[in-house]
Design a protein around this ligand. Structure first.
Ligand code: ACM
Ligand code: ZN
Length: 775
């Protein structure tokens, strides 16, 4: 077991593994999510009996602790139906909440459970709050008059001080009550920063009294595009906003749950809704509509107009009154500079400031830094600090800025090297608007990507390329939820859960204590609490996990099936949908024929989603294969055997069904293990031009009897791709006069020079191949 179970010889004798398991065989388990740093089970102590006589006590006069006590009482009522009373003063019995200044970490806590009492001591009231969260999560949901809490000593504290979650309320709006539900969900996961993205091109969402038209003209768009900018619109006006009173109420609500609200006013880009209200702030003067499509608008604040600076001051002046947070987010991402390049006012500003481009930054990038630095100066004068997306590095960082790294980790690494604080929020690991399964057809429509729970869980925010000193600038981790394709709050929950549980261990747990399998075993239980809360969580982790491994010794495809909770798995090989009457999976399946494989797990009559694979055999399937040139490391997955495993990929090249070649050719030798007559080789490429992934440029087939001397039997060339060519799958069939051979060499060349029309022109492209079929 990976978690940190410490055996204390001083206060308790050591438990054997058996008695440890027995101790946790009650309906209480302190191994919650996030996993506490240290749990000691105390032997020779009777458990604490939690029943209606247990009183929750807090230090008299401490209103925050009183609030904590009320939270604990309401949580226990919610989970097991017991209503405990709350009293001031401390006692030697019952549950006692205490602030203990000797605990270093303000958010840290110690829980001691013995037969007469439970004591939760926190480094501050926030620490007590996290102790309460752990206690709450240790109970198994279900009505209970009396619960035995095993005697234990728990010590815990967070790894990162900044543990964030972001919500975009511009693309879709979620009313104040939903925002409170979101905050409750964050509290359950020990998140302590709520990053509230309040303005964007598609709608301004926060009342600014000195700028009333932000709401009257900037909060309701005419209609919304359908899908991924399809050109079709729903024809329905869409809007919503928060009053200042509502915002302040949410700040208070969050603070009670030890969550700081960090508002974001995204500038100078993502401002089209503000421009619809105040067109004079744009370079062209408008008129502008609130944007009805998704993407990055060219309409941005004019950086040469003094009125823009006044606007920023007016808005931020009211923002700081609503939001007491030390940090205010000023955006800074995705600000196209096209209009600034031709705007007389912007160009005059560049001249006036004496800005000149250099080899690192254009004049316009530096002009963006001027705007961000202006916002920073204003906020610093109010005693506040700024956070910005990593683009704020591009024209030179404002002096005190914290950088939120979203385009991967590069921006965060660069900022830390420059001595700036960093929040890691890379899209590759922490954009919860991405799909959480490969099975997109059965998912609510999403922006794209593929980010399963496991990928989130395995994220390590501390870049190895930084020195120990530089690593100190990595202050925290945050997941983001952009809501272009998330129209309802219920779908917000679906996209967040259970990825938020994985995030909470990235944010809270020390890396040496992390273990995905152990996490999953705890997650099964944790999800019972999601059910109590009525959350709309995603259930993919309960689906059948299928591993397909080609066995070149037996020439068969080995399929191993499992589930997170060892539920029974049923499968078919004839394409029919499995039921409880189908084959029950017992041990590894060995497949050597074409078939359609389907599997489900069934819990209390409820089926998981179906895993489906079409397995297609050729003379190359499960045969020994060696690569003569390397596979690209980033997309190597299971390596060369992927090409002969009988499994095809779909249009997503990141699923593991495809492997990539970059700079060098695919050059493989397949040993057919006996002489075979062959006349055809098939392969498919997956093209995604925007990601520098292109079709093959040539292929060559060579045959040999001994694996040493090869003879070319077919060669083909493929054209350079055009800008208008579609993405997706490209099938190639190479036929030649039938010939006998034992070894087949296949050479396939990627695009070595990306065409002129492409942003990556002149560079190497990637080649993705899923399977080589020989017949
Ligand atoms: C971002 O995702 N544009 C910060
Ligand atoms: Zn301008």
């Amino acid at each position: 077991m990976k978690f940190n179970l410490l055996f204390s010889g001083l206060f308790a004798s050591v438990l054997t593994l058996t008695s440890f398991n027995e101790a946790f065989a009650t309906n209480v388990d302190y191994r919650v999510i996030p996993m506490p740093q240290k749990i000691e089970v105390v032997e020779n102590q009777k458990p604490f009996t939690l029943n209606k006589k247990s009183v929750i006590r807090y230090t008299k006069g401490n209103d925050k602790l009183k609030k904590d006590a009320e939270f604990l009482s309401s949580y226990i009522k919610e989970v097991i139906g017991l209503k405990l009373s709350v009293k001031a003063g401390n006692a030697s019995t019952g549950i006692n909440l205490i602030v203990d200044n000797k605990i270093d970490n303000k958010e840290g806590y110690i829980i001691d459970v013995n037969s007469s009492s439970i004591t939760i001591k926190g480094g501050s009231e926030a620490g007590v709050f996290y102790g309460i969260q752990t206690l709450r999560k240790s109970l198994t949901p279900g009505i209970s008059k009396s619960v035995e809490m095993p005697a234990a000593h728990i010590e815990d504290y967070p790894r990162f001080a900044y543990r964030g979650a972001h919500l975009d309320v511009s693309r879709h709006f979620f009313p104040a009550d939903s925002v409170k539900k979101f905050i409750d969900m964050l509290a359950l996961h020990n998140v302590n920063r709520f990053h509230w993205h309040l303005s964007d091109d598609q709608g301004w969402r926060i009342e600014i009294k000195s700028r009333p038209e932000l709401i009257t003209k900037g909060s309701e768009r005419k209609e919304t595009v359908i899908g991924h900018n399809s050109g079709k619109y729903d024809g329905k006006p869409y809007g919503g906003f928060y009053t200042q009173e509502q915002a302040k109420d949410i700040v208070k609500y969050a603070a009670e749950r030890n969550i700081t609200v960090i508002p974001e006013i995204d500038m100078p880009g993502h401002m089209q809704a503000a421009l619809a209200a105040y067109p004079e702030l744009g370079c062209t003067g408008g008129p502008y509509d609130i944007w009805t499509i998704w993407g990055v608008s060219d309409n941005v604040l004019c950086a040469g107009n003094d009125a823009t600076l006044k606007f920023i001051d007016d808005v931020l002046g009211e923002i700081v009154q609503m939001f007491p947070s030390e940090y205010i987010h000023v955006g800074g991402d995705e600000c196209p500079k096209d209009q600034w390049k031709v705007c007389p006012k912007c160009q005059a500003r560049i001249k006036q400031l004496g800005i000149v481009s250099d080899e690192k930054h254009t004049a316009e990038e530096k002009l963006q830094s001027y705007i961000i630095s202006h916002a920073e100066k204003f906020l610093n004068s109010k005693g506040r600090q700024i956070i910005g997306w990593d683009e704020i590095l591009e024209g030179g960082l404002a002096p005190n800025a914290t950088v939120m790294s979203w385009r991967g980790e590069g921006g965060g690494i660069e900022a830390a090297k420059q001595g700036h604080d960093v929040i890691m929020s890379p899209n590759t690991y922490l954009y919860f608007d991405y799909y959480q399964t490969k099975d997109k057809e059965n998912e609510p429509y999403a922006i794209g990507g593929y980010l399963p729970v496991e990928t989130v869980y395995n994220y390590e925010p501390m870049p190895k390329s930084l020195t120990k000193e530089e690593q100190k600038f990595i202050k925290g981790v945050q997941a983001n939820l952009w809501t272009e394709y998330i129209p309802t709050y219920s779908q917000v929950e679906y996209m967040e859960l259970p990825r938020l549980a994985a995030l909470s261990e990235v944010q809270w747990s020390n890396p040496e204590n992390k273990d995905y399998k152990d996490f999953l075993s705890r997650l099964v239980r944790y999800i019972e609490l999601y059910k109590v809360k009525g959350y709309n969580y995603a259930t993919h982790i309960f689906d059948v996990f299928a591993d397909f491994t080609p066995n070149t010794d037996s020439g068969k495809l080995d399929i191993t099936l499992s589930t997170i909770d060892d539920s029974p798995i049923y499968y078919t090989l004839d394409g029919t949908d499995p039921t409880e009457k189908s084959n029950l999976y017992q041990s590894v399946l060995n497949i050597d024929k074409d078939c359609t494989f389907k599997a489900v797990s069934i819990r209390k009559g409820v089926k998981s989603r179906t895993v489906t694979e079409n397995i297609g055999m050729s003379k190359a399937s499960m045969k020994p294969i060696t690569m003569r040139q390397p596979i690209n490391k980033q997309y190597e997955y299971k390596g060369a055997v992927t090409l002969v495993d009988g499994l095809k990929g779909n249009g997503n090249y990141k699923t593991g069904r495809w492997i990539a070649f970059y700079k060098n050719d695919l050059e493989a030798i397949i040993d057919l293990t006996k002489e075979e007559e062959i006349s055809k080789v098939d392969f498919t490429t997956c093209v995604e031009k925007g990601d520098w992934v292109f079709d093959a440029r040539s292929a060559e087939i060579l045959l040999s009897d001994d694996g040493n001397v090869f003879k070319t039997v077919a060669e083909e060339n493929y054209p350079e791709m055009n800008e208008s060519d579609r993405n997706g799958l490209y099938n190639h069939t190479i036929s030649f006069p039938a010939e006998k051979a034992k070894f087949v060499k296949i050479k396939i060349a990627p695009e070595h020079k990306i065409p002129e029309w492409h942003g990556g022109k002149g560079n190497n492209g990637f080649l993705f191949i899923d399977e080589i079929e020989i017949n």
